[in-house]
Design a protein around this ligand. Structure first.
Ligand code: FE2
Length: 127
């Protein structure tokens, strides 16, 4: 399971694309963390970045009255609750790294590849 940014994930909004690239980077840092302290730091860094990024996207969607905002925000919540369980697993030393890799990879490719791409198409129509 390899997590890697590809330019095909770009949705054409420069600010969001930069943030998405950073999300991939932070996911990789988390997957490569060596020990409990490293994992804890990495998951906290990822979590904070995710929340800032979601706030940015959600403000944009509200501003544009994006029709699919609720289902889009549901997917954001899914990542936030997934990260909460991951943090719990790290603290309890029960983290399954393979499951973590699958979860992050699936979320990033599904959400960015589909839901954010759909948002990008809507953004283009508004301009
Ligand atoms: Fe999103």
């Amino acid at each position: 399971m390899k997590i890697e940014w590809h330019d095909s994930y770009a949705i054409g909004n420069q600010e969001i694309d930069t943030q998405h690239r950073e999300l991939f980077h932070k996911a990789i840092v988390l997957l490569e963390a060596k020990d409990k302290a490293g994992l804890t730091d990495a998951v906290m860094g990822f979590f904070q970045y995710v929340r800032d990024h979601f706030t940015h996207e959600e403000e944009l969607m509200r501003h544009l009255k994006y029709p699919s905002i609720n289902e889009h925000m549901q997917e954001h919540d899914d990542l936030v609750s997934g990260l909460n369980s991951i943090a719990t697993g790290i603290a309890a030393e029960t983290l399954d790294r393979n499951k973590l890799a699958v979860f992050l990879s699936d979320w990033l490719t599904d959400h960015i590849g589909h839901s954010d791409a759909k948002l990008a198409a809507y953004l283009k129509l508004q301009n």
